[in-house]
Design a protein around this ligand. Structure first.
Ligand SMILES: Cc1cc2nc3c(=O)[nH]c(=O)nc-3n(C[C@H](O)[C@H](O)[C@H](O)COP(=O)(O)OP(=O)(O)OC[C@H]3O[C@@H](n4cnc5c(N)ncnc54)[C@H](O)[C@@H]3O)c2cc1C
Length: 604
């Protein structure tokens, strides 16, 4: 057996974003030894970028809000293919998780009477997002880190996990490499929690950071877990489109929550043109009412800019395709117009949206208090992920748990903004709790030297091929371009079949990728290792999207533009077959409990 530096824990958490930190805190509180491994520095996880807020039915701003409204908003937004039990737990537990965060030191924006302030966001019936300006993720990470480090967990920064190790069916540890020196390390654990985030880097235009290469999805898949709903990739309607160097960077939905409107090049507010039937009752049919809603008028209905992200993104694409887009291929998002409605509008915008003000000023030379922004859709979030038990977050592999963006279920076909940060807290806590419970019931498993050797051989193969092999960046670039063009917001069978063929050739090229230099901070090597993760998740997206022959939520099929009731009650499941090929099946969603059906009926 190779002789690595090794560490032993009861629970090993992979990922130090909101989900991983919350899981690690809970497992530590249960009295077990906890290790936390992350690919970047502590504090740099993607969660730190979250802007708009955390969705929780605290009912601080509108007393009509409750877990029932939040539950039915989440199910409606997800077009009813969500795991309803997860949506129920999430809606019920999110308020406690937010209050707990406050008790641990998070300084939220306040209502005049000192309670946590909540803002409007797309698809949420009432103002529901607890926030800290537009820097909520930073406050969340800071608070969880401060709380977590005092719990005594061991933190391993800049370590990338490359494989999960198994003893029979059970997961018993991981092999990781230290990015700084390139050395391998063995982590033994009785339970492993994946909290590795999303897959946005499989696409060319994305709001996601370099870390989002689908590692957790792919590690779980290779270890025998199932992935579900991978066809549902969220394209956020508002990313920056200009200059090219910043294309894809997110423009928070908070801009629309504060009254921002979408305009085409003719200056027309185009979102009123098409309001989906299931939202007609809840949506304003005139500009005056929409404005009153954003200003807190409880009798007004939401403006159509605050419809769900899938719908808003498609309307933007429609305008661009019809030749009514902005000069750089997007449309306009205007918050400056509110100076017609309120005094001191510029100060108000800077106070409510400080990051957006600086982002546009510094990156695009635009003053958003005076001019409209140019925006267009950007790959933002993946609803699909590791299939887990709704209550415990354990996958079908004993000892392997998943939470946060790399797990799936709660969001169905489309996630509502703000529901990710609350998901991290609710299901991060649950994953930590049940992983600790599982670990307490187990003896340490045996580590198989052959698995370690195979993983090391695979990881070092790009060095063997050296300069003779193809540069990994070229392969990554071609994959991203192909996914963007052929499997993006608008999908067709023929294009996706071309993507499937393209993936076969990319797999072959990845197997021949080569890198030069040594193992210390070698980004070429890191990219070469990311490739198989990116290819696995891309293949899962393409196969699942081909199979779902309908349009629902984030999946829009040009060749099947309507919802098909036959798909309204199924999840798409993929897993690795015995021969290594990806398998797929449709699985019926279990019938919802009667009392929850009633809740949805009541809230219609
Ligand atoms: C710009 C932006 C704004 C957003 N705003 C909001 C918002 O306002 N509200 C909301 O609800 N959602 C928002 N989201 C979505 C939300 O931020 C994410 O879905 C969420 O933060 C994901 O958290 P996580 O804990 O699952 O993963 P992350 O925070 O991404 O953490 C992943 C961790 O896994 C580690 N990791 C990954 N792979 C490996 C590996 N192989 N080995 C070791 N470690 C690994 C990483 O280093 C990192 O520590 C936003 C997203 C973006 C991009």
């Amino acid at each position: 057996m190779p002789d690595y530096e090794s560490h032993e824990h009861d629970v090993l958490v992979i990922g130090a974003g909101g989900a991983g930190l919350r899981a690690a805190i809970e497992a530590s509180a249960a009295g077990v030894r906890v290790g936390l491994v992350c690919k970047s520095l502590l504090g740099k996880a993607h969660t730190v970028m979250a802007e708009g807020g955390i969705a929780a039915a605290l009912a601080n701003v509108d007393e009509r809000d409750s877990w029932k409204v939040h539950f039915s908003d989440t199910m409606r937004g997800g077009q009813y293919v969500n795991n309803w039990r997860m949506a129920e737990l999430h809606a019920k537990e999110a308020p406690d998780r937010v209050r707990e965060l406050e008790a641990w030191g998070a300084v939220f924006d306040r209502t005049p009477d000192g309670r946590i302030l909540q803002r409007n966001f797309g698809g949420h019936k009432y103002p529901r997002l607890a926030h800290v300006g537009d820097r909520t993720g930073l406050e969340m990470i800071r608070t969880l880190q401060d709380h977590g480090v005092h719990k005594g967990m061991d933190v391993f920064m800049e370590h990338t996990v490359v494989t999960l190790l198994k003893d029979g069916q059970r997961v018993v540890g991981v092999l990781a490499y230290e990015r700084e020196r390139g050395r391998f390390k063995l982590f033994r654990a009785k339970a492993v929690v994946l909290a590795t985030g999303g897959i946005g880097r499989a696409f060319k235009i994305t709001s996601n950071s370099w870390e989002y290469t689908g590692d957790g999805h792919s590690l779980a898949y290779d270890a025998g877990a199932e992935l579900i709903d991978m066809e549902f990739v969220q394209f956020h309607p508002t990313g920056m489109v200009w200059p090219p160097s910043v294309m894809g960077i997110l423009v928070t939905e908070g801009v629309r929550g504060e009254g921002g409107i979408l305009l085409n090049k003719e200056g027309k507010r185009f979102m009123f043109a098409e309001i989906p039937d299931n939202y007609k009752e809840q949506t304003a049919d005139n500009e005056e009412e929409g404005w009153r809603y954003t200003q807190g008028d409880k009798d007004a209905r939401r403006p159509p800019e605050l419809l769900t992200r899938d719908h808003v993104a498609r309307c933007i694409v429609r305008e661009i395709k019809a030749g009514r887009g902005s000069p750089h291929g997007g449309v306009f998002l205007d918050i400056a117009w509110i100076h017609k409605r309120i005094p001191n509008a510029a100060e108000h915008i800077k106070r409510k949206l400080p990051s957006m003000y600086h982002q546009f000023k510094q990156l695009a030379g635009i003053d958003i208090t005076r001019e409209p922004m140019e925006i267009g859709p950007t790959t933002h979030y993946v609803m699909g992920g590791v299939r887990v038990d709704s209550d415990t977050q354990m996958s079908r592999i004993p000892g392997l748990f998943a939470c946060g963006e790399c797990a799936s279920g709660i969001n169905g076909a489309n996630r509502l903004g703000g529901n990710s940060l609350s998901d991290l807290l609710v299901f991060g806590k649950r994953a930590g709790e049940y992983a600790a419970k599982f670990a307490k019931e187990q003896k340490p498993g045996a580590i198989d030297g052959a698995q370690l050797e195979a993983a090391e051989r695979h990881a070092l193969a790009p060095f063997e091929r050296g300069g003779q092999g193809e540069a990994p960046y070229a392969i990554q670039h071609d994959l991203q371009a192909m996914m963007q063009d052929l499997v993006g917001i608008v999908r067709r069978e023929d294009e996706m079949q071309r993507a499937l063929t393209g993936l076969q050739s990319l797999w072959q090229r990845a197997a021949k990728a080569g890198v030069t230099g040594n193992r210390e901070y070698n980004p070429g090597w890191h990219t070469a290792l990311d490739l198989s993760n990116l290819l696995t998740v891309s293949e899962a997206v393409v196969r699942s999207a081909i199979d779902r022959k309908e349009s629902r939520g984030a999946q829009f099929r040009d060749d099947f533009p309507d919802k098909d009731p036959a798909f309204g009650n199924v999840n798409t499941v993929v897993w690795k077959g015995p021969d290594g090929a990806m398998q797929l099946r449709r699985e019926p969603i279990p019938a919802m409990r009667e009392e929850l059906k009633k809740v949805i009926e009541e809230m219609k």
